[in-house]
Design a binder for this molecule. Structure first.
Ligand SMILES: [Zn+2]
Length: 402
């Protein structure tokens, strides 16, 4: 309980204010990470069965609540992350047993069935502890749904700004979570504003500032990393170790960076990080190759359809991340590839994988020769984890049909 510090990634200064701040108060623009007394896989999870599964990881979460002795009334009711062995894909890529492929399945945990639920729990629960009454953010989909869901449970007002270019995708998702009874209409305020995600973010930020509400700053919001890392910790609990290779679709980069954070908290070796983007919207893959950025997203995978290069890039680069682009040819060409890759995951036993998950299948195929070489050189079977980050949404299904 309360055993955390906030430390700047850039200058190493300890931040005195443990509130919700974007940048380091010493160097001005450094990221403010959270640090805990070192833990390991054996002691990371509380054995106290009265604590909800998610909060059993409180030793490495940024809360002041004393979960061991307080009666915590908030239970986010999130099932454990599923870990599934992708045997057919393994046979295809590693026929001599060079690697095992594990799918980290966030699509069936309850709630809104995406990896954004853990992020929303950590961000909003912490803000709730700090006395915030509400929260402002922009989103094109999963993140907004998670914030509406968790905000409703905590009784916080959520002001969500959805850009026009994603509104058709958002609306069916809003209907879905509304029909499932996941949101409290009195607490959830949704605005269709801004042409694209970039505009919507600026509008949300301004709204938050004008109304005295905390707002989201994505990768710079390190509470997000603390939420995402819980997924990786659960996978490592399953494997008994950290993976050798971790592959995930790359949007803001939070999920990949969170793997580094999970390994750091646990004192475990960090896997090779592999971030995959659709070629029609691949700012990080392009920047890594010195190519100019694209002006507009040209992809069906709109959950990560931001052509701007986010602040996470320099941190992922410093961690030796491999940046790949797949689904070549943009929207006009990518439909068949998406459907085939999603089919591979369905056959492996995930009934409804989202568009982003298709990138991990294409990505692991692309780097399989390197993985085989490494396994041969080291004479051992490597553990490869693919992040299956969210369920297929009705809006995506519709756009694939059109
Ligand atoms: Zn600093």
């Amino acid at each position: 309980m309360g055993q955390f510090e906030r430390v700047c990634y850039d200058c190493g200064a300890q931040q005195k204010d443990r509130g919700y701040t974007e940048f380091c108060d010493t160097c001005g623009d450094g990221l403010i990470g959270y640090q805990y007394p070192k833990a390991n896989l054996d002691n990371i999870r509380s054995k106290n069965a009265n604590i909800p599964h998610f909060f059993q990881l409180h030793r490495v979460l940024p809360f002041d609540t004393d979960f061991e002795s307080d009666k915590n009334s908030f239970d986010p009711k999130l099932d454990p992350v599923g870990v599934i062995e992708a045997e057919a894909l393994e046979q295809e890529l590693f026929p001599n047993g060079e690697a095992k492929i594990h799918l980290a399945d966030s699509t069936r945990r309850g709630g809104t069935n995406s990896l954004k639920d853990p992020d929303a729990i950590v961000i909003l629960y912490r803000l709730h502890e700090l006395g915030a009454q509400g929260f402002a953010l922009a989103s094109t989909g999963d993140c907004g749904a998670s914030m509406c869901y968790i905000g409703s449970q905590l009784g916080m007002d959520i002001h969500l700004f959805v850009p026009e270019d994603c509104y058709d995708r958002w609306l069916p998702l809003e209907n879905e979570i509304r029909e499932a009874g996941l949101i409290d209409d009195k607490k959830i305020h949704i605005y269709k504003q801004g042409e694209n995600m970039h505009d919507a973010y600026e509008i949300a930020r301004k709204f938050g500032e004008e109304n005295g509400l905390p707002h989201d700053f994505f990768f710079n919001n390190q509470l997000r990393i603390e939420g995402s890392k819980t997924i990786h910790i659960e996978v490592m609990e399953h494997l008994g170790r950290s993976p050798d290779v971790y592959v995930q679709a790359l949007g803001s980069g939070t999920g990949l960076f969170a793997m580094h954070k999970a390994c750091d908290d646990l004192g475990l070796p960090m896997p090779q990080l592999v971030g995959v983007q659709p070629e029609g919207c691949s700012p990080m893959a392009r920047a890594a190759q010195g190519k100019p950025l694209q002006e507009k997203a040209d992809t069906y995978v709109m959950g990560i359809g931001l052509p701007q290069l986010g602040p996470c890039f320099k941190y992922l680069k410093a961690l030796g991340t491999k940046f790949l682009s797949v689904h070549e040819g943009g929207k006009a060409a990518e439909k068949g590839g998406i459907e085939e890759a999603i089919g591979v995951l369905r056959d492996a036993g995930i009934p409804n994988p989202g568009l982003e998950a298709s990138l991990t299948v294409k990505g692991v195929r692309k780097i399989a020769p390197e993985i085989r070489d490494k396994a041969e050189k080291e004479g051992r079977t490597l553990a490869v984890v693919l992040g299956i980050t969210g369920a297929l949404r009705e809006g995506d299904r519709q756009s694939l049909r059109n």
